[in-house]
Design a protein around this ligand. Structure first.
Ligand code: NAD
Length: 477
């Protein structure tokens, strides 16, 4: 049966590597109808701020599968990356990046048995891109992590392990410092792991994970992590196996999947017929498996192994002495389709089953116990504190503390001098013995405070089942 795939050639080196991949996939005999669509630099330049025309969106809605080249956001056009927009529009929440040593490619790690997959959450975290300049000199960004998003990516990682016959999943987070955001991911990982008793589950602090990846990469099988951490460690991981020219990726969601290389548009090589198409080709292999075209995927993988491992034929990123052009390399891969090697035991891939998220959300009690108000003030902490205490006096609140850059500056911590800036977080708690805080209490406090101070933002302080849903400032008792 012919399958239809949306094909986005992309910018810079994109058309060269995507067309090479398209030729190789077609040469396997698999029946794919390519629906060629536009996105990226040219679309931005036509004045479309998203860089993605509606026809391209409609095509992916229809086909549910896209193979794409890298996209650029040209300077002066559009604020948001078309790549990130595509991932967000189709909620492709799972970014998977397989990392495997390819025999024949010489790297400092050539003799190591590296074979793992980084599963990076692809929608949430700081990549939600919620940022504000709260004062002319202070910017903040929100790290947004949800229980649902965490559960989806963690279940995906365990299911991927099962579908690829892998035995271990590491969850890499910074839960030791970011207790509520990264901590949520760790907690959900520990809950979900019990549904997969056949797979070893281990939490690892992300910085140790980076360290271990360099020292003992062979110890990893699947690593699931948050968006920004995953961005960094997956690039680190691609460096272990030969670089961006051979690093594939898949963005998978419940309703669509977008396959693309890790690399960008490398504009300085565009049109020179020198670039390595392997990363997009291996992304095409991931796509074929996603489409359950396991035989065609196997053929391409074996041909690549033969070309690298037996013929020692490479493009210039991997061979400075006698490199092949992109076209000649592509021709070699096509020529070698059907050849088998014996130096890589192929995995037995099963279709990926993604189990639905369970409703783990605890809907029990929630109490508002206070409010954090962010304000800009030229005052030092001491007079600011006195002024705010006075404002709070007739209200249901008392001033718990003021922090600057998350360090408590009022009441002062004995012997500590912190460099304050004009950006403060002011924490008010409900006075002992008073009834629960109402929204109107908070609004009245802000209205009063606003008469003498410039506030920018407020955050309600909740307790869920008597446990604080907010963290303390450094030094806060
Ligand atoms: P890049 O990945 O395009 O290139 C960095 C370097 O990596 C290149 O100079 C080259 O030496 C090497 N390289 C990359 N791909 C290669 C390949 N296939 N074969 C051999 N060597 C390869 O990164 P960049 O220069 O930082 O970004 C260029 C543009 O690409 C930017 O506009 C960026 O926003 C965009 N970008 C897009 C994506 C995407 O579409 N998913 C990802 C990253 C960057």
């Amino acid at each position: 049966m012919t399958k239809t795939v949306t094909l986005i050639k992309g910018d810079g080196i994109g058309p060269e590597v995507v067309e090479a991949t398209q030729r190789i996939i077609d040469a396997t005999g698999v029946k794919i109808h390519w629906e060629v669509c536009e996105a990226g630099a040219n679309v931005f330049k036509k004045g479309l701020a998203t860089g993605i025309p509606q026809e391209t969106i409609d095509s992916i809605i229809r086909t549910k599968v896209a193979l794409k080249g890298p996209l650029e956001t040209p300077v002066g056009y559009g604020e948001k990356s078309a790549n990130v927009t595509l991932r967000a529009l189709f909620e492709t929440y799972a970014n998977t990046r397989p990392v495997q040593n390819i025999p024949g490619i010489r790297t400092p790690y050539s003799d190591r048995a590296i074979d793992f997959v980084v599963v990076r959450e692809n929608v949430e975290d700081l990549y939600a891109g919620i940022e504000y300049l709260q004062t002319p000199t202070t910017a903040i960004g929100l790290k947004l992590i949800t229980r649902k998003g965490s559960e989806k990516i963690i279940r995906f990682a365990f299911e991927l392990a099962r579908s690829e016959g892998r035995h271990k999943v590491h969850c890499a987070t910074k839960a030791n410092i970011l207790k509520l955001t990264e901590g949520l991911v760790k907690n959900v990982f520990e809950e979900v792991a019990s549904d997969y008793p056949d797979i070893e589950a281990q939490h690892i602090i992300i910085d140790n994970c980076a360290h271990q990846l360099v020292l003992h990469p062979e110890n990893f099988d699947v690593i699931v992590t948050t968006n920004l951490q995953g961005d960094i460690i997956s690039d680190l991981a691609s460096g272990l196996i030969g670089g961006l020219g051979v690093a594939p990726a898949a963005n998978i969601g419940d309703h669509a999947a977008i396959f693309e290389a890790v690399h960008g548009s490398a504009p300085k090589y565009a049109g020179k017929n020198v670039i390595n198409p392997t990363a997009v080709l291996l992304s095409g292999v991931l796509m074929l498996r996603y489409l359950k075209e396991f035989e065609a995927a196997h053929m391409i993988e074996q041909s690549l192994l033969y070309t690298f491992g037996i013929e020692k034929a490479f493009t210039q990123d991997l061979d400075k002495v006698s490199p092949l052009t992109t076209t000649a390399f592509t021709d070699r891969i096509i020529h070698n389709l059907g050849k088998e090697t014996d130096f890589w035991t192929p995995r037995v891939y099963k279709p990926l089953q993604i189990s639905p998220v369970k409703d783990l959300v605890d809907k029990d009690s929630r109490t508002t116990v206070g409010v954090d108000i962010y304000l800009e003030s030229p005052l030092p902490a001491e007079p600011l504190g006195k002024s705010l205490e006075e404002i709070a006096l007739p209200s249901p609140f008392y001033l718990k503390m003021i922090s600057s850059r998350s360090v408590q500056v009022y009441p002062p911590i004995k012997g500590i001098t912190t460099e304050s800036v004009d950006h403060y977080r002011v924490r008010f708690f409900r006075k002992e013995g008073l009834p629960a805080i109402e929204d109107q209490d908070i609004l009245d406090l802000i209205a009063k405070l606003g008469q003498t101070h410039q506030w920018m933002n407020m955050e309600k302080l909740y307790e869920f089942n008597d446990v604080a849903g907010f963290t303390k400032a450094q030094g806060e008792s």
